[in-house]
Each structure stands twice: as C-alpha cells, then as structure tokens.
Design a protein around this ligand. Structure first.
Ligand SMILES: Cc1cc2nc3c(=O)[nH]c(=O)nc-3n(C[C@H](O)[C@H](O)[C@H](O)COP(=O)(O)OP(=O)(O)OC[C@H]3O[C@@H](n4cnc5c(N)ncnc54)[C@H](O)[C@@H]3O)c2cc1C
Length: 398
C-alpha cells in the first residue's frame, strides 16, 4: 500500500484496534510495528482480563471504563471477532482493598457492568469451583482473552484494508504541505492524510509527541502449571492479583506493578511475590515455585492523571513558545490558546486496563477522522482529550 489514507504507528491493542475501526469505514491503513509481530509488548501477555470497574457511584473514570467494557464486549460478540478465543467464564472479585470492602458492605446498586452482584463466601466458592473463604462480587459477563488472537481476528475481518508492516520502527513524522510523511528505520517513507500514534510510552521518541507525559510501569506475570485443586477453578479470580482458570494445563497469574524499574527480565523475587499473593488470598491452592512454567515482563504506560490520551495531538512546542513571551504571573490558561496538529492523533496511555480502553479509543479516533458524531462516546472522548494536558504543563513550568 504506497498511499494509505491513514498510517497507524504501533501494533499493540491500541494500534490494531484503531486500524480496524478506520478500515471498517473503508479507509486504507498502513500499520507499522517495530517488533517482529503484532502485540508483542504490553499487549503480548498470554491473556488479558476483561473485567469491569466496580463502583456504586458514577464518576468520569467509572463512565469511561463502563463505556469501554460494553464496547469491547460488543466487539467480542460481533462477527468481526469470531476467532478471538474470548473465554467468557465470568469473574469473581474478592474484597482485596478497603474500597472493595466498603462496596461489599454498602447497599447501593453496583455499576460498571449490568450483571455485577454481591455474593456470599459460599456462593463465590460454588461458582468459582474452589474455596474462596470470603464473599465478593460476581460478574458473569467477564472473562479473559489472548490480546493477539483478539486483534488478529479484528484485522482479518477487514482484509486488505489494513496492510501490516512489522519489524519496522517509525523514526520520524513530519508535516509536508497537506500530508504527513512517515520515515522508517529501513529508510522507507510513506505519506498519508492522517497519522495515529499508538506507540505507548515509546511514542515519546517521535518529536511531536516528545512532550506528552507518559510513564512506563513494569509488570510481571507468571504461568503456573495447574494442580489437582487449582484445575477445578472455573472463573477468573481477582484478589489484588489475579488468576485465570487453567488453559492447556496452565493458569495465568498476575500482575506485578512497579514504577522506576527498567528490568526487562522476570525476577525470582517478583515471581515469589505473585505466588505469595495468590496463596494468601486462596490458601487451598498453595502455589509454589515448582508450579511455575514461565514468567514474562512488559511495561504498561501511565499518564499524568491515569486517563488515556485519545484524540488530536496538541502542538505543545508552539504553545510553549507563545507562553514564553509572557511575563511570569500571566494567566496562561486564558492567554495561550490551544493549538493542535492537523490530522495527527494519539491513542496511548492505557495503563492496566487496555482491553477496556484501547478498542474504545480506536473507535473514537476513527469517528474523529471520518467526521462522524461521537454520540454515546462523547463523554469518554472529552475525558480522554489530550487537550487537557498542555495548559497543565505550561502552568507548572511558568
Ligand atoms: C503485566 C501486565 C498485565 C496486564 N493485564 C491486563 C489485563 O488483564 N487486562 C487489561 O485490560 N489490561 C491489562 N494490561 C494493560 C494492557 O496490556 C495495556 O494497556 C495494553 O496492552 C496497551 O496497549 P498499547 O497498544 O497501548 O501498548 P503496546 O502493546 O505496548 O503497543 C505499543 C506498540 O507500539 C510499538 N511502537 C512503539 N514505538 C514505535 C515506533 N516508533 N514505530 C513502530 N512501532 C512502535 C511497540 O513496539 C508496541 O508494540 C496489563 C499490562 C501489563 C504490563
């Protein structure tokens, strides 16, 4: 595809679902990924959980996650994701934090998904198939999916509308007249009307995105061989960490969460912590090192306020230059008007809930590019607008 309409940079959950949403509308997309294959970084875990954000009171974040949960669920049920391999086994959330313990005691209706309910310890044990020892929240619609199978099924459904180029890093994006030019590590160059950057924290390597506050957060997961006791697990269990039912004789256990740690290799210490957390919450399982089949490290991307950046990219450089012409004490929010690049978008910063927010982000970007109304996605789109960031940075720096 020499002249795509849109170039999407990054082939994880965000990039692949954005390419899908654009192609669904007839756009020709070039998807460029630096790794040898799709979904090999944060999106490369064996499975990701699709579980809702449980709450009793509505908030902007709760509304974003609820919209994302419904959106991903509807995609998984659609004909576009026939071979996604989603395992809709349901999930049980045990009250691992003070917030969950409070929600469990409250009598207010639960929100986040239409089918969440409180359940006794006995019910949780009966549903999950193993002894839970305490009551919790049951979510029958939840489950888990291999992100790479999910994304490949979406891309398969749009055929040649998306051309995938792996093992190719984008090194620069520049505006040339009315087009964007994208240069890659093998010196190939492509032109398109629109570009969507979905490179997670590495988006900072591309000049127009270098200012976006993005933080990599290390995470480790463990695949553990099932035992006689654990093989009877029927639902996902969340207890601070999480445990999936066994698939091909192995459970996925996760996930470690650590700032300021660049170690790309799994560590025995983190493996032990993950196993200990599971054994503390579910003593009957008693996982030990002898169960461990493999461990994997990857990095989430966090943002300034833990809300993803989805939408048009502000031209921070121009805004900063203008801000520097004013005396200190000037009201920057009033004086410096928002400037945005034309037809340059981002879908990044999905933290620990990319399965909820990446496909929703892709749909929002596709609607923006195609000038379609956002309708029910308007609130999520407004919350995630990258436009919220520049003034915040300028006021802090002045
Ligand atoms: C341990 C762990 C467990 C998790 N568990 C869950 C879970 O259970 N449920 C859930 O919903 N979420 C989970 N998440 C979060 C979820 O995995 C992420 O939010 C999601 O994968 C982010 O997708 P992404 O496409 O933004 O990032 P990535 O998957 O990292 O994709 C970004 C891609 O961009 C590519 N790229 C970057 N720069 C360039 C460039 N210049 N040129 C070309 N390509 C480039 C990278 O190679 C990469 O493949 C977990 C995360 C971690 C770390």
């Amino acid at each position: 595809m020499t002249h795509p309409d849109v170039i999407v940079i990054g082939g994880g959950l965000a990039g692949a679902s954005t390419a899908f949403a654009i192609a669904q509308r007839g756009g020709n997309v070039l998807l460029v990924e630096s790794a040898p294959g799709l979904c090999e970084r944060a999106s490369g875990n064996r499975f990701g959980l699709l579980t809702p954000y449980i709450a009793t009171r509505s908030s902007p974040l709760e509304r974003l996650y609820s919209a994302g949960y419904s959106w991903t669920q509807s995609l998984l049920k659609s004909s576009f994701a026939i071979n996604s391999g989603f395992i809709g086994c349901g999930a049980i959330q045990l009250p691992s934090t003070k917030r969950f313990a409070t929600l469990l005691q409250e009598e207010l209706p639960l929100i986040g998904a239409s089918d969440i309910r409180r359940a006794s310890a006995r019910e949780c044990s009966d549903i999950s198939g193993i002894s839970c020892g305490q009551g919790g929240f049951v979510i029958p619609s939840a489950g888990f999916v291999s992100p790479v199978s999910f994304m490949k099924s979406l891309l398969l459904s749009v055929g040649e509308k998306v051309s995938v180029r792996c093992a190719t890093a984008v090194t620069s994006i520049e505006r040339e007249d009315s087009h964007w030019s994208v240069t890659c590590s093998d010196n190939s160059k492509f032109y398109a009307t629109s570009v969507v950057v979905c490179g997670a924290f590495e988006s900072n390597n591309l000049a127009p995105c270098s200012w976006l506050p993005l933080e990599p957060i290390r995470g480790q997961t463990v695949c553990a061989r099932s035992s006689d006791c654990s093989s009877s697990l029927r639902t996902v269990l969340c207890f601070g960490g999480y445990l999936t039912p066994a698939v091909d004789g192995e459970h996925l256990l996760g996930a470690h969460y650590r700032h300021d740690d660049e170690n790309q290799e799994p560590s025995d210490g983190d493996t032990d912590e993950i196993l200990k957390a599971a054994s503390r919450a579910l003593p009957s399982l008693a996982f030990s090192r002898s169960h461990v089949a493999s461990a994997r490290v990857c990095f989430r991307t966090s943002t300034i306020d833990r809300v993803p950046y989805i939408g048009s990219l502000p031209n921070f450089g121009e805004m900063k230059r203008e801000a520097e012409t004013y005396r200190s004490g000037t009201n920057i929010r009033e004086k410096v008007r928002l400037r945005q690049y034309q037809e340059l978008y981002v879908n990044v910063g999905h933290g620990s809930r990319g399965l909820l927010t990446c496909p929703l982000g892709g749909e929002i970007i596709a609607r923006l590019i195609h000038n379609e109304p956002l309708d029910s996605l308007q609130a999520a789109a407004t919350l995630c607008e990258p436009a919220r960031v520049p003034h915040r940075l300028l006021t802090t720096h002045m």
